[in-house]
Design a protein around this ligand. Structure first.
Ligand code: NAD
Length: 295
C-alpha cells in the first residue's frame, strides 16, 4: 500500500481521498479549510499544516484544487521543493491546458513523473468511486497512476501527452454546454407548439436528437426522474462550474486558433444565466432563462 499526500479535500477531493483510505492507502491530507481537515482526520487520514508538508515523504501526491493558479502555486511553490525524489504527481483538478503543461514541464525538469487526470462524474461519482478519468502524460506516469485512479474511478482513458487530459475534459464539457442549451431550446419550442414533454422525449431519446443532456439529464421534470429538473434544479453540476469549463474551452480556442462559434455562444448564455444569481443552480436550469426570454 502506498503513502499519499492529498491536497484539496473539498466536494470532490474529500470522497476521492476517503476511497483511497478505504482501499488501505495511508493518506496525509491538506486543505485551507480546517473543518474539511477534521472530516478527513475522522475518516482515518493524517493531516498536514501545509501543501509542502503533505508532500513530504509520500510516494504519491494527488491534488484536487479549484483552478490553474492554485495548481501552479501548490506544485511550483511547495510540492516540487519538498517531495521525495521520484514521487508521482496526479493533478485531478479541471484547469487550463497551458497551466497543466507548464506544471508538468516543471515537474519533469526535476525528475518527477506527472499526469493531469481531470474527472467527470460529479460528487456522486467521487463518492461511489465511479469517476471517469481523462489522463494526459507519459506512458510510464500513466501506468504508475493507474492503480490509484482505478480505486477512485471506473473508466480511465489515456488521452496522450501532458495536458491532453485537460484538453479532453474541456472539449467534452463544451459539447455538454452546447447540447444542454439545444435540448432546452427544443423543449421550449415544443411547449409553444403544443407538443407534450414526454412525447418529445419518447421520440428524441430514440431518434437522431439523442444525447446525454436529454437521456440522462433531461431539463424538464418527468421523463428522467433522477434529473435535477425534478428537484427544482438543485445541483448536480452548477451553472458556475459549467461557465468555468466553457471559459476554459474558449481560452483554449483563442490560444490555439480554433473557431468554436457555438461554444462561444454557449459561454455567453451561461454568463447571462449565472450572472442573474444562478451560479449555484444546476446548469440544466438554463431552460428557465430560455423560457422567460421566449415570453
Ligand atoms: P471545492 O471548492 O469543493 O474543493 C476545492 C478545495 O481546494 C477547497 O476545499 C479549498 O479549500 C481547497 N484549496 C484551495 N486552494 C488550496 C490550496 N492552496 N491548498 C490546499 N487546498 C486548497 O471544489 P470541487 O467541487 O471539489 O472541485 C475541485 C475541482 O474538480 C475543480 O477544478 C472542479 O472544476 C473539478 N470538478 C468538479 C466537479 C463537481 O461536480 N464538483 C466535477 C468534475 C470536476
Amino acid at each position: 500500500m502506498a503513502s499519499i499526500g492529498f491536497i484539496g479535500v473539498g466536494n470532490m477531493g474529500g470522497p476521492m481521498a476517503r476511497n483511497l483510505l478505504k482501499a488501505g492507502h495511508a493518506v496525509t491530507a491538506f486543505d485551507l479549510s480546517e473543518a474539511l481537515l477534521k472530516t478527513m482526520a475522522d475518516a482515518g487520514a493524517k493531516t498536514a499544516g501545509s501543501a509542502a508538508e503533505a508532500a513530504l515523504e509520500v510516494d504519491v501526491v494527488i491534488t484536487m484544487l479549484p483552478a490553474g493558479q492554485h495548481v501552479k502555486s501548490v506544485y511550483v511553490g511547495e510540492v516540487l521543493g519538498h517531495a521525495k525524489p521520484g514521487a508521482l504527481f496526479i493533478d485531478c483538478s479541471t484547469i487550463d491546458v497551458e497551466s497543466a503543461r507548464e506544471v508538468a514541464a516543471a515537474a519533469a525538469e526535476k525528475g518527477f513523473p506527472m499526469v493531469d487526470a481531470p474527472v467527470s462524474g460529479g460528487v456522486g461519482g467521487a463518492e461511489a468511486g465511479t469517476l471517469t478519468f481523462m489522463v494526459g502524460g507519459p506512458e510510464e506516469a500513466y501506468e504508475a497512476a493507474r492503480p490509484f485512479l482505478d480505486v477512485m474511478g471506473k473508466t480511465i482513458v489515456h488521452c496522450g501527452g501532458a495536458g491532453n487530459g485537460q484538453a479532453a475534459k474541456i472539449c467534452n464539457n463544451m459539447m455538454l454546454g452546447i447540447q444542454m442549451i439545444s435540448v432546452a431550446e427544443a423543449f421550449v419550442l415544443a411547449e409553444k407548439l403544443g407538443l407534450d414533454h414526454q412525447k418529445l422525449f419518447d421520440v428524441s431519446s430514440k431518434a437522431s436528437g439523442q444525447c446525454w443532456s436529454l437521456t440522462t439529464y433531461c431539463p424538464v421534470p418527468g421523463p428522467v426522474p433522477t434529473s435535477p429538473a425534478n428537484r427544482d434544479y438543485q445541483p448536480g453540476f452548477t451553472a458556475a462550474m459549467m461557465l468555468k469549463d466553457l471559459k476554459l474551452s474558449q481560452d483554449a480556442a483563442g490560444a490555439f486558433d480554433a473557431d468554436t462559434a457555438l461554444g462561444r455562444h454557449a459561454m455567453s448564455l451561461y454568463e447571462a444565466y449565472a450572472g442573474a444569481g444562478n451560479e449555484g443552480v444546476d446548469f440544466s436550469g438554463i431552460i428557465k432563462m430560455i423560457r422567460e426570454a421566449a415570453g
